[in-house]
Ligand binder design. Structure first.
Ligand code: DCM
Ligand code: DCM
Ligand code: DCM
Ligand code: ZN
Ligand code: ZN
Length: 271
């Protein structure tokens, strides 16, 4: 996700974490502000291109070598790169978050990675290999040239909110409040328990894989409904957007809700 997606998932999560989780994370992250999670949600992207952070660059996605639209699937052995992928990264940083032998600054860093990677795991094209997760496919958005990955990271959700300008923060706050309502008493209320059905804190890798598989299916249904070749050069801000946006909103809601539950488990285990 771009800034809007990450910040929104973190705000949603902060609305659902237990009081003890909130208190622990505020202390660990060194902020008593309402946006204690939101303000660290994009940190992992800011270090990807630094010399220090280069080792994390493959941690944001898993390259499913499947064949959309006929067949979408994740095969961990086949698809997780040797240097790691979002599945192993989420498992590793979850492990570090609860490791009492690590100093607080390392657990803080690990928590920031967890907050970010739960988000990325819910973006369909972060669970697909084709053209490097769509980065190599040119499409049109309001008549201008964009790559498909960017459209799914940012353009669709920004249009959904009517976002103007380059500052996602106020939009993310407003969106997260709306999503929180939808989860508590709106269109997602009946399914929110199902969103946690695959959550198994004794097996972080399997949990991440289950979420990844669910998200990867959306690649066949929504990202490449007629295959990767058919989409190249197409205008996506019309019909394609109309189908994608409600689904993508649900992915953001799911990510935030699951992030809260996962962080609760981390803090329960640590304390
Ligand atoms: N922080 C971060 N990335 C940002 C903004 C903040 O990692 N883009 C972290 C640094 C501190 C904490 O959030 O750990 C508090 O930040 P601030 O002092 O900016 O409120
Ligand atoms: N941190 C980091 N890199 C940054 C900002 C923060 O690794 N650019 C980490 C260091 C600590 C935690 O965030 O683990 C708190 O940072 P701060 O001292 O900025 O509050
Ligand atoms: N990305 C992805 N799958 C890949 C490569 C990259 O999902 N195989 C994502 C990570 C970033 C975006 O695409 O969100 C841009 O990546 P980069 O800056 O590495 O081109
Ligand atoms: Zn992305
Ligand atoms: Zn990322």
């Amino acid at each position: 996700w771009g800034g809007l997606g990450h910040i929104t998932t973190a705000f949603v999560a902060s609305n659902f974490v237990a009081n003890t989780t909130e208190a622990y994370l505020k202390q660990l992250l060194g902020s008593q502000d309402a946006d204690y999670m939101a303000k660290v949600a994009s940190w992992a992207d800011s270090i990807r291109y630094t010399q220090w952070g280069r080792f994390t660059k493959n941690f944001h996605f898993i390259d499913a070598h499947d064949s959309p639209p006929e067949d979408c699937n994740i095969d961990f052995e086949r698809d997780c790169k040797e240097g790691g992928c979002v599945i192993t990264a989420l498992a590793n940083y979850t492990q570090q978050s609860v490791d009492p032998s690590l100093p607080a600054w390392r657990r803080a860093q690990a928590a920031k990675f967890v907050i970010h990677f739960v988000g990325d795991l819910h973006q369909p094209l972060h669970n697909e290999d084709v053209a490097r997760g769509g980065n190599g496919i040119h499409v049109l958005w309001n008549g201008r040239d964009f790559n498909l990955h960017h459209v799914w990271d940012s353009s669709i959700t920004e249009k959904w909110l009517g976002m103007r300008g380059r500052k996602p923060y106020p939009w993310a706050e407003k969106w997260s409040a709306d999503l929180t309502k939808k989860i508590n008493s709106g269109i997602y209320a009946d399914e929110k328990d199902d969103w946690l059905a695959d959550l198994d804190f004794s097996n972080p890798e399997e949990t991440a894989l289950a979420w990844s598989r669910e998200c990867n299916k959306l690649v066949c249904q929504y990202v490449f409904p007629e295959g990767p070749k058919a989409i190249a050069g197409q205008e996506l801000s019309g019909e394609y957007y109309e189908k994608a946006a409600p689904m993508l909103e649900k992915q953001v809601a799911r990510a935030g809700y699951r992030m809260a539950a996962w962080l609760d488990k981390i803090v329960d285990q640590y304390l």
